[in-house]
Design a binder for this molecule. Structure first.
Ligand SMILES: NC(=O)CC[C@H](N)C(=O)O
Length: 387
């Protein structure tokens, strides 16, 4: 085991292979374990920590200055942080931002999330890339006393995300109507003043900005829990069905999501749009398979090629699983690919307005190149209404 340096560190990150990183604890005290990933976004740490897709993961931020704009409730993607913990290079400074209502550390502490600063995040990121997303344990103790053997054992005991259904933990308890009309689109898009389309959004761990984008595009959005059945979805007589992002292994979540989606596809001609976990759920329902990636894609500058137009979009990404494009059945087309590794980033049915993307067109944080997908969804609902 590594020797503890002096002055005494107050936090410690242990990987399952026994590697130890020391640093300065902030946020809550205690211990936690999860899969470790890295995110390369330069902005949006609050949105990242509150993105429900990060359940079961500790996030290493490769950008060194994290926390220096504090936090504001307006930037929460869900009520509480969902990521298990955070690892940063520099200890956060006092917030310098007129929007900040609180420091990152106080916000994390109130919500029981542990963070470690002063870590060599380059070395750690290289380790994650080389060995694949490791299991890790993170401890914060102001006394600086750590049982390293126990911490490594804790990391090893983490079951891993493969086979884990976490959507059931982060979904809404009851259905509700999304009623926030905050404008979510960049300039250049036409704002829809009155909702024209009834959309049922299935909440596998939905980010708020997705619901805002749907509302901004002219959708009256009813959000249903992840366990919703085909009958429950159709009882709302929607014009379209949206499948949200979310955490965990798609094949585990697919146990209940896939039969619902199959039912919608078999019984109706409704437009369907999926994002990230929703994309993976749709692919599974259409007969494809998903695979666990080595270290996934987490960042706000991932180039994706639209195979229909040849255009490249710079996108926000956050996923550790991917659709295996080799398994797409006849009649399902690959529409987008990652220019980093060629992995699948989008599909559509050849003859129906049923489509999905692996990345995050709602950004938050990230570039806004992909907002056209929300308009594609509303256009397909308008076309169906006109028939
Ligand atoms: N952002 C998401 O929806 C993530 C989907 C899935 N949990 C994955 O890691 O691949």
């Amino acid at each position: 085991m590594a020797h503890q340096p002096d002055p005494r560190p107050t936090a410690c990150l242990a990987l399952a292979d026994g590697t130890i990183f020391y640093g300065n604890g902030f946020g809550a005290t205690g211990e936690t374990q999860a899969e470790l990933c890295f995110n390369t976004a330069m902005t949006g740490y609050q949105e990242i920590m509150t993105d429900p897709s990060y359940a079961g993961q500790i996030v290493t931020f490769t950008f060194p200055h994290i926390g220096n704009t504090g936090v504001t409730p307006e930037d929460d993607e869900t009520a509480d942080p969902v990521a298990a913990g955070m690892v940063v290079k520099w200890d956060p400074t006092e917030p310098s931002n007129w929007r900040a209502t609180e420091t990152l550390s106080a916000w994390l502490e109130r919500r029981g999330r542990i963070a470690i600063g002063g870590v060599d995040t380059r070395r750690l990121t290289r380790a994650i890339r080389q060995q694949g997303a490791p299991h890790a344990a993170l401890a914060h103790n102001p006394d600086g006393v750590f049982d390293l053997e126990a911490l490594v054992a804790r990391a090893r005991a983490f079951a891993g995300l493969t086979g884990m259904d976490l959507a059931k933990d982060v979904t809404c308890a009851q259905s509700y109507r999304w009623d926030e009309m905050r404008w979510a689109w960049p300039q250049g898009y036409a704002r829809q003043e009155a909702p024209q389309f009834k959309v049922v959004a299935i909440d596998y761990g939905a980010k708020r900005n997705i619901l805002r984008c749907l509302a901004s595009a002219g959708c009256d959005v009813t959000v249903l829990p992840a366990s919703a059945t085909t009958e429950e979805v159709l009882a709302h007589t929607p014009d379209g069905v949206f499948l949200s992002n979310g955490p965990g292994d798609p094949s585990a979540t697919g146990q209940y999501a896939v039969p619902m989606i199959r039912g919608v596809l078999d019984q109706t001609d409704l437009p369907v749009f999926g994002i990230c976990l929703g994309h993976q759920m749709l692919a599974l329902a259409l007969g494809a398979r998903t695979v666990k990636m080595n270290h996934g894609h987490h960042g706000a500058n991932h180039p994706v090629k639209d195979l229909d137009t040849g255009k490249v979009e710079i996108t926000s990404m956050n996923h550790g699983f991917a659709v295996d494009s080799q398994t797409l059945p006849k009649g399902v087309l690959e529409t987008h690919v990652s220019l980093f590794d060629g992995s699948n980033c989008g599909i559509r049915m050849a003859d129906r307005p049923v489509f999905s993307v692996q990345y995050h067109p709602e950004a938050s944080p990230g570039p806004q190149d992909s907002f056209y997908l929300f308009e594609r969804f509303t256009a397909s609902m308008a076309e169906r209404q006109a028939r």
